[in-house]
Ligand binder design. Sequence first.
Ligand code: C5P
Length: 410
Amino acid sequence: MVSTGLAGRRVLLGVTGGIAAYKPAELVRRLGEAGAEVRVVMTENAARFVTPLTFQALSGHPVRLSLWDEGAEAAMGHIELARWAQDILVAPASADFLARIAHGLADDLLTTLCLASAAPVYVAPAMNQQMWANPATQANLALLRTRGVGIFGPAAGAQACGDVGSGRLLEPDELVAALAASGQPGLLSGRRVVISAGPTYEDIDPVRFLGNRSSGRMGFAVAAAAAEAGAQVILVAGPVHLPTPAGVQRVDVRSARQMHAAVLAEATAADVYVAAAAVGDFRPLEVAAHKIKKRGDGGMTLELTQNPDILADVAALPQRPLLVGFAAETENVEAYARAKLERKRLDLIAANQVGGGLGFETEDNCLTLISADDITCLPTASKRELARQLIEIVAQRLEQRSAHNRDVAA
Ligand code: C5P
């Protein structure tokens, strides 16, 4: 549980109308445990999903619903409430709410408070994946981002409506951690982090390719965690079906050679390179211009050639960034990872077991972080949580490296 920075904070929690409106009940508790004082404001539609009494009981304060409630205005007027708040967190934030604050509307209590308060506003969107993907919603978010509104999530996964995709509200613990992190100067403020993620596809002919089962989730989670920690993040992504994390600059590639070129173009100016991609080791020697046809009953032989090793080439740069590799193994995880750490001259390797339902294509994972002088085992957790812990360790190592460089220069 992250509590740093939230002790004594006055958090105004806005709840808007959507099926996820029940989730912030737990969030109120977690914020309280982290030491924050919470007041809840609900929209009228939110009150159709969950009763204000629930939030009143959990926050210990009456819940405000309307601008026109004379009794409540007499107790603490909305301007007073706007001044009271040190942070405004709206969770869940519906598509409609995002549209209204993006355009400066103040047609209910919550939007009025957002306009009337000098406190930073954070929104945790939650909606159907189609609504999330709609260009109108994305344009509203882009507008909010330029105005400094913090956007937490959403996560991808199964939705209440039966769809699968992006638009799930982050879990209460994740929201507490994100809010705690936003108030602080980030661990990676001023740092430039390049991350590669996902599989590579190596074309055989215009319709076939060699690929692998990497989902890209781990690398995307690392990118999100690095951005949350204040870094400038460049995410070089192979072909994956994942939304770009907030605040991350994304470069899409397909083959290992494209990934190699994109990473090397960014790596010289980077402080850290995290190689979380499952890069194809081989590609067909030749890509057929037309679809390869069956010839009789015989088999066929595909001649392969080796792809460049991206990590090795970044390691060979004169001013190399801190290098973090991933080792996905089906057996002898630690031994193979150590060998890879040395062979590729890495600073840190994150090793995990894949296959048999572990690693690829899963939400959860478990990582062993190995460096020349240390080994840390991060127990099974969500990829987001593991990514956050990995970023903390990366930040520590960067700090050690900077201190060492200062000593050498002195
Ligand atoms: O595929 P392998 O297990 O050797 O990958 C170990 C690490 O090396 C990973 O971090 C991967 O992203 C990186 N790698 C690379 N270029 C390759 C193959 C792997 O940078 N051609």
